[in-house]
Design a protein around this ligand. Structure first.
Ligand code: ZN
Length: 132
């Protein structure tokens, strides 16, 4: 079974911590041990795992992504959001996280982030949990 929830993004580029939303689905699944796949069904958004303690890390990541892949360039895609497509593919559309004792196995400083690259929009996050 696939669970899902929505994320409402406010700005064109942002990272939103979705760790607690994913953990809620994991703990209500009744699955004690297994794997959790977090999947974003979008072409201009991504999911990544990184530090959720110091917000400067997200700020630095987004700033350097903007520098590496600027909004305007020699792009052919008529929609005008080629940078968002590239940023999304660079970070990727899914993460797989180990589940143990009905919880995600994440490091002390790790969080799961929904990454918006062409917001604001209403986005979907899909969760699939597989038991051992
Ligand atoms: Zn496009």
């Amino acid at each position: 079974m696939i669970e899902s929830f929505t994320v409402n993004t406010k700005t064109r580029i942002e990272m939103i911590d979705i760790t607690s939303s994913v953990n809620k689905i994991v703990s209500s699944s009744g699955i004690k041990s297994g794997l959790c796949v977090v999947y974003v069904p979008h072409t201009t958004a991504a999911v990544t795992i990184n530090e959720n303690a110091d917000r400067c890390v997200q700020h630095d990541m987004l700033n350097d992504l903007k520098r590496l892949i600027p909004l305007s360039g020699r792009y052919e895609h008529l929609e005008g959001n080629s940078d968002a497509h590239m940023k999304a593919s660079l970070l990727g559309q899914s993460e797989t996280i180990i589940v143990e004792k009905e919880r995600l196995v994440l490091g002390t400083w790790q969080g799961i982030f929904f990454c918006e690259f062409d917001g604001g929009r209403t986005r979907k996050v899909c969760i699939k949990i597989m038991q051992d």
